[in-house]
Design a protein. Structure first.
Length: 446
């Protein structure tokens, strides 16, 4: 350890934050998890990332990589190990205006990206939260407000710069290391540290975005009609339904339908959104033309001791009626979790199943149940949640890695079907045979 640390101090140009430092408390935790790492390293360059990886290997310490730090499972920190915080590698550059190619540092957040691209009239299909990291979201999917028209965030990725477990810097694209390029599009942080992403952005206008609310008793009809409409709606329309929001009354909370129409034509937007307005008695409607960057919301930093426990799954078209019926019934019950149902399909489903490691292309919906509170509250809710998911089990499949609170073997099996997992394990064996990058939904080397 001594010689490895001496080498690090000599070769590392960023900050090394250790226990006892004034900034250690904030540096050691993520947005949603706390930890007590031995070293938090803040690289200023790719060379620093290489030095940090070399130190973790030489010292034999567990390694965590942090982008935005929003992972529910707390992958961005650990106890006693090394954290590489990429926050200073956050530049956003339009490198080819004609082809809309954008280079984004591995530590950038989506709010920074949206703000940087707005003056160029460009956007990238991403998530829906400003402070979420580009890396964590992209490497496992990226379902946001442009998903039905432009696909997942990872579908816009054309290349990446990756520091591997042996400290080498490699390029991953369709032409260079295509196996690695396939794997990082859905396989998470299992294969190295992405220090730069190259995306193909798209031209964007302002978009129609906002909330349409209905009374809680209308949940069943609204959810059923919403799902039916999204099946045939133009792909410019992406939407999310939130039920039983515990901060707005739980089972008595309004049914919130959030919509984004990707375009600035009011007639086309009205034609796409009005069928949702006709699903019931509208009690609030703030849909308006807004800059795309303004659709991204601020992330929530919970008070100390508060945990979020999400669980997610996908719904294929034939099971949508059963799932929306069950979710509406659950939302009306006294101890319902927060339920969020997201429309996918569209551009996502046009990508071949095996083109990327994201394996849920045929799904029409993705939904999440979330319980939040102190640990005793979360634990007390587990039996009820288990009963809900037992009802849903015959009608759902898989899991979306960005909305899971744990990283058990069962979680990994849900994210990656067997054939995908086998292929990922082979790529893992090539690029990380010692499983250095294990702080994730881990794929063990074949």
């Amino acid at each position: 350890m001594g010689s490895a640390l001496e080498t690090l101090r000599r070769d590392f140009g960023g900050d090394i934050v250790e226990p006892g430092a004034a900034e250690y408390e904030s540096a050691s935790r993520t947005v949603l998890a706390s930890g007590s790492p031995a070293h938090v390293l803040r690289p200023e360059s790719v060379a620093d990332v290489r030095a940090a990886v070399g130190f973790a290997v030489a010292a034999g310490l567990a390694l965590s990589v942090r982008g935005g730090g929003h992972g529910f499972a707390g992958f961005g920190t650990n106890d006693g190990g090394v954290v590489i915080d990429l926050g200073r590698l956050a530049d956003v550059q339009v490198v080819d205006k004609e082809r809309h190619l954008v280079r984004i540092g591995g530590g950038a957040t989506w709010g920074r990206v949206a703000a940087a691209l707005a003056p160029h009239g460009l956007a990238i299909s991403s998530g829906d939260t400003r402070s979420v990291g580009v890396g964590g979201l992209t490497l496992t999917g990226g379902i946001g407000w442009k998903v039905r028209k432009y696909g997942l965030a990872l579908d816009s990725l054309v290349a990446a710069e990756v520091v591997t477990a042996d400290g080498e810097v490699v390029s991953a694209s369709a032409a260079e290391n295509p196996d690695l390029f396939w794997a990082i599009r859905g396989g998470g942080g299992n294969f190295g540290i992405v220090t730069a992403f190259h995306f193909a952005a798209h031209p964007t206008t302002d978009v129609f975005h906002g909330r349409i609310a209905f009374p809680a008793p209308a949940a069943a009809g609204v959810l059923r009609g919403w799902a039916d409409h999204l099946r045939t709606a133009p792909e410019e329309l992406t939407s999310v339904v939130n039920l039983a929001n515990p901060f707005a009354g739980g089972p008595e909370a309004p049914v919130d339908v959030l919509v984004t129409f990707d375009g600035d034509d009011p007639a086309l937007a009205t034609r796409a959104i009005d069928p949702i307005r006709r699903l019931g008695t509208v009690i609030d409607d703030d849909v308006a033309l807004r800059p795309y960057a303004d659709t991204l919301v601020e992330g929530i930093t919970p008070p100390p001791g508060i945990r979020f426990a999400p669980r997610s799954a996908f719904v294929d078209p034939e099971h949508v009626p059963d799932v929306v019926r069950i979710l509406a019934e659950v939302a009306a019950s006294e101890r319902s979790p927060l339920i969020s149902v997201r429309s996918v399909g569209g551009a996502v489903s046009r990508v071949p199943d095996d083109a990327t490691a994201y394996a849920h292309r045929r799904a029409e919906l993705m939904f999440v149940t979330t319980v939040a509170g102190p640990q005793p509250v979360v634990e007390a809710a587990r039996p009820g949640l288990a009963a809900i998911w037992e009802r849903l089990a015959p009608h759902v499949s898989g899991a979306y890695a960005n909305f899971l609170a744990a990283a058990t073997a069962e979680d990994v099996a849900a994210i990656y079907p067997a054939r995908t997992r086998e292929r990922l394990a082979a790529v893992k064996r090539r690029y990380d045979p010692g499983n250095l990058f294990a702080g994730n939904h881990n794929i063990r080397p074949a």
